[in-house]
Write a protein that binds this ligand. Structure first.
Ligand code: SF4
Length: 353
């Protein structure tokens, strides 16, 4: 049982666990042993950690606990996407979305309750900012969805029976919760943790320039930038962050971003009818991104009755893409998944707050 005086061990990286056990007078390898147990399916009690001495398990039981999400609200979309609503200990609800494909399962996770950045096309932004998620609340989204996948019958699965890819594109701006996001990444990538390769993980930001630089120095996972406009006037009208960190500063931070283990930066561009979807916008985008190793994701806007934007026509979308392809960019059109359960990009906002 948790109490305000006990430590949730899922808030600790492997290095943190080693420090923690040394504070209890134990050698470092005990921290690694605990790490290996914490992220196995079905482990909820210290009594299950059978290679730890009974006396030490008792000490752990008095000083620490293992958190987990129970009974998520699960909604399944017609296209196979699954939205999970997790109630936190203070009553807030956060959401994660599983996007299955035949060869992969991508999990889109949240990093904050609500978001302070106020992007005008995003429902999460309309919630305002409530609080940062803890490390445990970030990694427990993966643990819970992993358990969900393991409990499914093979014939009901579209993709593999495990999470293969992780994107920090759910509720919140991950770089505004940088320390907890970095700690969660360490657990997700650790072999004894959730063992997902850095190549399969992407953190997405709306463009907080100094934190992009810091993130580049402290992490090896992929970076995605929510760009959505090619000039400052339009971008500032859509994304208040642009007033503080204008487009050229953002693109300069992208040019400087350390790339060794990463191949390319992903630019996300939501097309909003009549606002940023013209051929001139496409040509300007091609010009602005010149010299940055990148891929471009075009996202036709997911229409919502709560916001005053419209989706582009299919012709407009294809014409926009063609201009970028002719400029030799790798460009994907990401058709919306999970729209019938409000699980698509920009649609995550919990009603019950
Ligand atoms: S798009 Fe991302 S950064 Fe902008 S308000 Fe929504 S969650 Fe926040």
């Amino acid at each position: 049982m948790s109490s305000p005086h006990t430590t949730d061990l899922k808030n600790l990286t492997q290095a943190g666990l080693i420090d923690y056990v040394s504070g209890l007078g134990q050698p470092a390898f005990r921290g690694k042993q605990i790490m290996a147990w914490l992220y196995r399916p079905g482990i909820t009690e210290f009594s299950q950690m059978t290679d730890l001495a009974k006396e030490f398990r008792k000490v752990l039981g008095e000083n620490a606990y293992i958190s987990q999400f129970s009974d998520p609200i699960i909604e399944r979309a017609k296209d196979g996407c699954v939205k999970f609503g997790f109630q936190l200990s203070d009553g807030h609800i956060i959401e994660s979305v599983l996007i299955p494909e035949p060869d992969r399962n991508t999990l889109c996770i949240s990093s904050q309750v609500g978001c302070a950045m106020g992007c005008s096309f995003c429902l999460t932004g309309t919630m305002g900012f409530k609080r940062n998620l803890t490390v445990a609340e970030i990694v427990n989204q993966l643990c819970s969805v992993r358990d969900y996948l393991l409990a499914q019958h093979d014939e009901s699965l579209i993709g593999p029976d495990r999470i293969t890819n992780v994107v920090y594109m759910g509720m919140g701006e991950p770089l505004n919760n940088l320390e907890n996001v970095l700690a969660s990444l360490s657990i997700i990538m650790e072999q004894k943790g959730l063992d997902i390769s850095s190549r399969k993980i992407t953190v997405s930001t709306c463009g907080i320039v100094p934190k992009i630089r810091e993130f580049g120095e402290r992490s090896t996972v992929n970076l995605a930038i929510s760009l959505h406009a090619v000039n400052d006037a339009v971008r500032s009208s859509l994304m208040p962050v642009n007033d503080r960190y204008p487009l050229e500063d953002l693109l300069e931070a992208c040019r400087d971003f350390p790339m060794p283990k990463r191949k390319r930066i992903m630019f996300e561009y939501t097309l909003l009818r009549g606002i940023n979807d013209s051929n001139d916008d496409a040509r300007e985008l091609a010009k602005r991104l010149r010299g940055i190793p990148c891929k471009i994701n075009l996202l036709p806007y997911n229409q919502s009755s709560h916001l005053p934007f419209a989706s582009p026509s299919q012709d407009r979308l294809l014409s926009f893409q063609k201009i970028l392809l002719e400029a030799h960019y790798t460009v994907f059109i990401r058709n919306s998944r999970g729209t019938d359960i409000s699980a698509a990009c920009g649609q995550l906002a919990t009603k019950k707050e």
